[in-house]
Design a binder for this molecule. Sequence first.
Ligand code: MN
Length: 295
Amino acid sequence: MKIASFDDHRVGLVEGERLYDVTAALPAALDALPPQRINWLVAHWAEARPAIERVRAQATGRALDVVRWLAANPAPPHVFAAPANYRKHIGELGSRVVTKKGRTAREQGFFLKAPGSVVGHGGTIELPRGSTRRFDHESELAVIIGQGGRDIPRERAWSHVFGYACLIDATMRIEAEQFEEERSMRKSFAGFTPLGPWIVTADEVGDPQALDNRLWVNGELRQQANTGEMIVGVAELIELVSSVLPLQPGDVIASGTPEGVGPFAPGDTLRIAIERVGEMTVQVREREGVSPRAY
Ligand code: MN
C-alpha cells in the first residue's frame, strides 16, 4: 500500500492514478492532533487495517494532481541520518568509501535533522535570502519505523520497518572558517528534508538493498546508484540507532547518499526516484524573510 498525507493532514491510499481518503478510519481522538495521524497509523497498522480497507471500499477517489502533498510523515518523532553510505564507483575504486574521513556510519554513527524540516512532494526547499553559499542535494532511501524498540538486533530489524519513502537530504556546505555551523543546523532549514511522495509499505518493496536510487536537477541526472551498494545496510542502521536510544513509531532513518552530491540554486527543480518506492519533485526558492545574520 501507498499511504499519503495530504491537504490538512488527511490520510489517503494511492492506487494507480487515484487517491482515496481514509481519514475517517482513524480514531476521532486524533482529530485533536492531525499531524500525529501517521505516527498512530504505523504503530497500530494491524488493528487499523480492516477499518481502512472498509473506508477505502466506500471512497470515490480523486486525481493525484489536485492534491496538496504533505511530507509522507509530517511529524516524525526523529529524523536520523547516516553519513554518505555508498561504495564509490564499484569496479573502479573497489570498496573505497565516500565519506570525507573514509569512515562509515559504522564508525561515525548518525546525525539528526530537525523533524520540522520535512516537506512533501511539490513542496519547496527554502534557501536563506541572499546567501552566496553552496547548497547540495543528497538522494536517499528513507526508512519509516513501525514498531518502536530498543537494542534491536539486525536479524530482527525487518519487523520494525513499516515502509519506505524518498528523501532528499539538503545541506548547506561549510565553505570557510567563518561558516562552520553545526551539521544539524546546516541540514535543518525549512524544507531541507523532502520526504515522500508517500510511504510504501515494506511488503510492496521487498529487499530494500536492491533499489535504484536516482536524482535529477532540472532534468539532468546527478545521482544514480543502487541501494545494494550501501556500506551500512538498513538492518544494521536500525541496530545502530536503537542501540543509542529507543526507536519510536514514525521515526525516519535517512540511509545516506551515494556519490554525485552536487549544488542546487533558487529556481531549480529537484526530482528523486527510488525504484518500487516512488518519485518526488520539489522546487528550490529563496525565502522572503530576512535572516538576522548572513548564511
Ligand atoms: Mn545525507
